[in-house]
Design a protein around this ligand. Sequence first.
Ligand code: ATP
Length: 742
Amino acid sequence: MRLKSLELTSFKSFAKKTALEFQSPITCVVGPNGSGKSNVVEAIRFVLGEQSMKSMRGKGGIDLIFKGSKNLAKSSRAAVSIYIDNKDKIFRLENEGGEKINLNYDTVTISREVFADGLNKYSLNGTEVRLKDIMALLASVNIGSSGHQIISQGEADRILNASLKERREMIEDALGLKIYQYKIKESERKLERTEGNMKEVSLLRREIAPHLKFLKGQVEKFAKAKEMKDELLSLYLEYLKYESVYLEREKSNLSTEKNKISKELASIGGKIGDEKSEDSAEENKNKEELKNLERKITEIRNLKSEVERKLGRIEGMLEMQGKSPNEPHKSGSISVPEDELHNFLTEAHEYLEEAMYMDVLENIAPILRKIKDILDRFARTAGSASSKPNAPKDFSALENTKKEIMAEMEKLGDEEKKIAHEIEILKNEIASKLEAGRDKERAKFELKVRNQELTSSLSLIAVKEENLTREAEAFENEVREGTALVGYEITDYKKFKGGENPDRHSQEEKRKKIERIKIKLEDIGAGGGEELMKEFNEISERDAFLAKEMEDLGKSIESLRTLMLDLKEKIDIEFRDGVKKINKEFQEFFALMFGGGSALLSVVAEQKRKKGEEDEIEEDELKEENGIEISVSLPHKKVKELHALSGGERSLTSIALLFAMSQVNPPPFLVLDETDAALDEANSRKYGDMLEKLSKHSELIVVTHNRETMSRAGALYGVTIGPDGASKLLSVKFEEATVIAK
Ligand code: ATP
């Protein structure tokens, strides 16, 4: 037996824990009206996961819990457990990975509890599980959720009343296709979730896209800036090396030149100062000496003239004494010896002539004085000659005086010659000195010119030095700026090879190039490279991750769609195949029931509107769904419409179909709640025959008032309800049962 037992605790009227053992292929539950038989059937529905409260005759969970009576307290929870044999390990569950696992229990116990607040709890062999798991588990043994294997009271013709779609579902369930439907539903949910995720991921990607684009741009800029910096660095190294060499060289050149000029200047300055004082002192001295000599010679000449005059007088006197030594002196006139007069005139004439050639007044004055002396002397001579008689002079004394004067004359002449010679020498000396002075003057002038040249050269050097200082400052600034832009590597410029012959023009070109790159770099303005790269990497990694996620999700969607299509196809094939098989059985059962006639299920396409799109739907938006149509033909009757059948005929048709369905893919058990209520005796027998046939494949739990049906049961349970409002269950014999059932 597949179904082992059912245990009810506080479920509806079963206040106390009640157990039903199923040991026979057909178990009948009998009892008077209202005793609680249908509650047993509902307990089976409940434990198998029924979600429709209506099909359990309740509005909420609370209606399923024993409500209490005068003598018995109400319960806070209802619980039902069903024990199903699994020695052959037919129960299977799917794990998360879709892998099917056979349940290793010999007995599978499914339990469901409901609490007053409506909360439900499901468990499998004591472990709490989800409803979904229970459903999947039951589907694996052909116990579907459509409940086609449980026919409730008054529901015998349910399948006839059902819609095309409901019928299809019942048949799918009976054919064990429900499990595929679950999978399709599950896949749909997964698809929905995946699509949702995809949207989210795509939104995230779209959100980061502008930032990523921005960062990419920045990174590109940064890379470009890096390239430029590299170029700038090599330019800088070369430029700075050349510039430093140039500055050094210029500095040293200027300093050498400056030293040289300064030295020359110092020596020229010394020369100009020295010569001056020395030369003028000597010149003065010579001039002074010349003056003295000239004065001396003049004096000697004066003396000489005087001595000559003396000599003349003496000679005159001597001459007079020689001719008429005592000749009287004539009165009224003055007698002056002729030679004396001659001497007087000659002397005066000479002096006047001398004076005439003198152009310096200073020199003329003494001559004039001498002329005056001569005139005075002549006046005195003339006076004395007139007033007193000439004293006779001693001739020899005169001769002696003459000799003396002559000697003096000679002496004076010698001296004059000597001094005249000295003067000449001195004059020559002065002239040559003058010539030498002129040479010196020329040399001095040249020195002055040179001095001037050197001074201007020095000023030029000072200007150059100033320029060089500016260039050196510019160089330092360049190093500072370069360091800030490119980094400390540029201070390595000294190691750069080359630059020994700096060319200013090409340096200027380099500097311009450097400036251009600097401006470009400033324009780019890419800074904080490391952080930028870090952020860019993070964001692009995230983007790549999201892209991968999108790809994975896309693949999942694709595979889910494929899976769903495959499943639908499988269902479709198996469904059509199953319907064929059911039709064969249906025809047999129908003919058995009605002693002939025909019955047929046909698959029809039903056009359905898509959910939530009720209004103004286009033709192509209508969804095609398969439904099941039932057509019957009773023997000897023309009636073909289902609704035109009698209650009994409907029950029989319905039962024939249910049994046919059960034959094709037998469920472990079938529950029939007064399905036989409408049958007459003859049909009750046929019904009983069918039960027996059916019970070969499925265990039957049959609620009935029908004796015929009871007679086919291997086990009978009697249900009674006492004054305490609690249903009781007891195993009964057939005879007892017939009594209880009444
Ligand atoms: P019939 O032969 O007329 O179909 P039955 O044996 O199938 O009757 P049920 O319909 O199973 O009888 O039982 C109905 C009984 O169960 C009623 O007496 C009802 O009061 C009782 N009942 C239903 N729900 C509860 C509940 N929650 N608490 C207590 N009693 C309940």
